[in-house]
Design a protein around this ligand. Structure first.
Ligand code: FE2
Ligand code: FE2
Length: 181
């Protein structure tokens, strides 16, 4: 039985559209996202990740005290993972025909999370946890907004979100550990 709704648009139509505007690379006529908005959101996420790299690097070098070693190692790991996220985001912005914004001017304004130095190990962990929770909420919102209109971007963001959740979880455990000492 022929399905009532064809799975794909007419293949001839897809072939015809693929030949149009080939300079747009991965972005075809079938792209359903609002490209300018998606690029803007990705640039905000990029700024957020860069701020997180800087904050975690600061915390990594500043972490001192009897309980600091494993926590400093975790800060460094998070810094490296946030850097990886920044690179993924910049790569996707390029694929969508945008330009990744690495301009230090306005970085904190574009970023969702804040750069808080923190005075003690406990402070640093707390601030990092707050920043991760901001990231979790903003990535969730982006994924819901973009949805199936741009599946590749959504999937990339889902992967990043899962890592931010791990980060938050790691920090919450450190916090619970330190509070008990
Ligand atoms: Fe990240
Ligand atoms: Fe994170």
């Amino acid at each position: 039985m022929a399905s009532e709704k064809p799975f794909l648009s007419d293949i001839q139509e897809i072939r015809r559209r693929a030949r149009q505007h080939i300079e747009n690379g991965a972005v075809t006529g079938g792209y359903r996202g609002d490209r300018d908005t998606v690029i803007r959101l990705l640039n905000e996420a990029l700024a957020t990740e860069i701020v997180c790299v800087l904050r975690y690097k600061r915390h990594y070098f500043m972490a001192q005290g009897i309980h600091a070693d494993p926590i400093a190692a975790e800060f460094l790991q998070h810094a490296n993972e946030e850097q990886g996220h920044a690179d993924q985001l910049a790569g996707r912005i390029m694929q969508l025909g945008g330009e990744p914004n690495f301009n230090p001017e306005g970085l904190l304004t574009r970023s969702h999370s804040e750069y808080v130095e923190g005075n003690s190990l406990l402070d640093m962990i707390r601030e990092d946890l707050v920043a991760e929770r901001v990231a979790i909420d903003s990535y969730s919102e982006m994924i819901r907004y973009i949805g199936e209109d741009d599946i590749t971007t959504s999937r990339m963001l889902e992967g990043i979100l899962a890592v931010e959740e791990e980060h938050a979880n790691d920090l919450a455990s450190f916090l619970a550990d330190l509070d008990g000492k």
